[in-house]
Ligand binder design. Structure first.
Ligand code: SAH
Ligand code: SF4
Ligand code: F3S
Length: 480
């Protein structure tokens, strides 16, 4: 039996794609390997969002030269966003790679891997050199700038194999993609070119997939898309938006919690906020990246909103949805960002009181508008300082927010073991509906996948601590 191993970096799109690829390869007759060494096929599911992510992948590929010498019949493949972005360059920089296959070609992956395995077995390995020149495959989608929209959409093919619980980390949580690609074209971002045009999946197909997952034991669903709130499916007169979909998913018996990521600020309309407020199963947590608090930076980023509009949105979210938490993404050191512009971001963080923020230093991406239009002129040292300044402010806010939970009882879904304790007990961790992590001690791991009520006795910026003696089990029915 030939074995495969998948290495995954990047965002939830890639985590889900790796799960789907795992399912597809198992269906085609391969079996999962436990590590590189016993694998016949190694696939790297890659990310191009920042230069640093790509550098790490190229170094990891370099380290696999050795594996290829021991297993010349093995297949080393690069899939994911960097496959679509770098294409032939990957073969040049890592000549021992056999396959480069973009996110729009995953459907063709199992058969392509089998073709390569067979070709390699048939070939006489006289030298590594011969292999480098033949037996390679490049399958990618069309470039957006070079082809008609309809052709490009057709080249980013959707891959929806039957879901396989063995391919997931656990049996009770799963992601479901509701839309592919991105049409926002923020000037710094590679996603619209590597993931292609926005395409929303048919609602019934999404609901059927969720039904399948429920039969497999899933209680928490996360609907994902690069701009998930841009979801829009038109069928004749009827248009289904994300809010409509939330109502439909809520009606599925067995689903207990529904999350969705990631949101584009302009699409946060009142219907969506009200759906989050009114549907008890929908998590009271919204991730709405703002990127910067300065209007001039936002304009250079082409985000299509002002800082004031974003603050109004945050006010609207907090006043509509009781006990909601918000999280955010920021880019510091974007082209030409002055101290004054950065100060506006600091003010915005102080105003918005996010639960936590993901802060990134700007990384110039070849082929993007910002790389073409503006020099990457903020020194690395300044980017670092700004990153730390924001982190420090955010950490203080995170701690203050978490401290408000001390003495309160919260409801969590227990997700897994966070620590094995010397006493023989385990420390379990779970999440509240507002996405706060709670840890508590328990005799064993049997509470994993259960909903519990716990009393909080202490708080750190990213963790709430609860007491075991206060555990109250929740028996949930359809709409509680
Ligand atoms: N679709 C999501 C973001 C996907 S990428 C959205 O629009 O919200 C995740 C985060 O990576 C972004 O929110 C941004 O903060 C960061 N990012 C994207 N491109 C970047 C770049 N070139 N340099 C640094 N950070 C970047
Ligand atoms: Fe990138 Fe902007 Fe699309 Fe998010 S909305 S994926 S940041 S282009
Ligand atoms: Fe990276 Fe692609 Fe996600 S570039 S952030 S893996 S969509």
């Amino acid at each position: 039996m030939q074995k495969f191993y998948i290495e995954t970096v990047g965002c939830q799109m890639n985590v889900l794609d790796s799960e789907l690829v795992h399912s597809g390869l198992v269906q085609s007759g391969l079996v999962p390997a436990t590590n590189h060494d016993n694998a016949d096929v190694i696939l790297f599911n890659t990310c191009s969002i920042r230069q640093h992510a790509e550098n790490k992948i190229y170094s990891a590929l370099g380290r696999l030269k050795h594996w290829k010498i021991i297993k010349p019949y093995g297949v080393l493949g690069v899939i994911g966003c960097m496959a679509q972005k770098d294409q032939k360059t990957i073969f040049q920089r890592a000549p021992h790679v056999d396959l480069v296959l973009g996110p729009g070609q995953l459907e063709l992956l199992p058969e392509t891997v089998h073709q390569l395995l067979e070709e390699k077995l048939q070939r006489n390995y006289v030298s590594q050199e011969i292999e480098i020149e033949s037996g390679k495959k490049l399958l990618v989608s069309l470039k957006r700038q070079e082809h008609r929209h309809a052709e490009v959409i057709g080249s980013f093919r959707l891959f929806n194999p039957v879901r396989n619980p063995e391919a997931r980390d656990n049996r009770f949580q799963a992601m479901v993609r509701i839309m592919f690609g991105c049409d926002k074209f923020c000037t710094y971002c590679v996603v619209p070119s590597v993931r292609g045009p926005e395409q929303s999946r048919q609602p019934q197909e999404i609901l059927n997939e969720i039904q399948t997952l429920v039969r497999q034991g899933v209680v928490e669903i996360t609907l994902i898309g690069q701009t998930v709130n841009s979801y829009r499916y038109k069928n004749g007169e009827k248009t289904t938006l994300l809010a409509d979909l939330l109502y439909q998913v809520s009606d599925i018996e067995g689903i207990q919690r529904i999350c969705f990521v990631t949101n584009y600020p302009r699409g946060m309309n009142d219907d969506l906020l009200q759906a989050v407020r009114d549907l008890p199963k929908v998590a009271k947590h919204l991730h709405v990246p703002v990127q910067s608090g300065s209007d001039t930076v936002l304009r250079r980023m082409k985000r299509n909103y002002t800082a004031t509009e974003y603050r109004e949105l945050v006010d609207r979210i907090y006043s509509t949805i009781p006990n909601v938490s918000m999280t955010c993404d920021f880019i510091v050191g974007f082209c030409g960002e002055t101290d004054e512009e950065f100060r506006k971001t600091v003010e915005l963080v102080q105003y918005c009181r996010f639960k936590n923020s993901f802060i990134f230093k700007y990384s110039e991406r070849p082929g993007t508008k910002s790389a073409e239009l503006y020099p990457d002129d903020v020194p690395e040292s300044v980017k670092k300082i700004r990153n730390n300044v924001l982190l420090e402010i955010q950490d203080k806010i995170s701690l203050e927010q978490n401290q408000q939970f001390i003495g309160k009882t919260v409801e969590i879904l227990v997700e897994g073991i966070s620590k094995q304790l010397e006493t023989g007990e385990v420390q379990l961790s779970g999440r509240t509906s507002c996405d706060r992590i709670v840890v508590f001690n328990a005799p064993d791991n049997r509470l994993i996948s259960q909903f519990l009520k716990l009393k909080i006795y202490d708080a750190a910026p990213f963790t709430l601590f609860a007491q075991q003696s206060e555990i109250v089990r929740i028996i949930r029915n359809r709409d509680s």
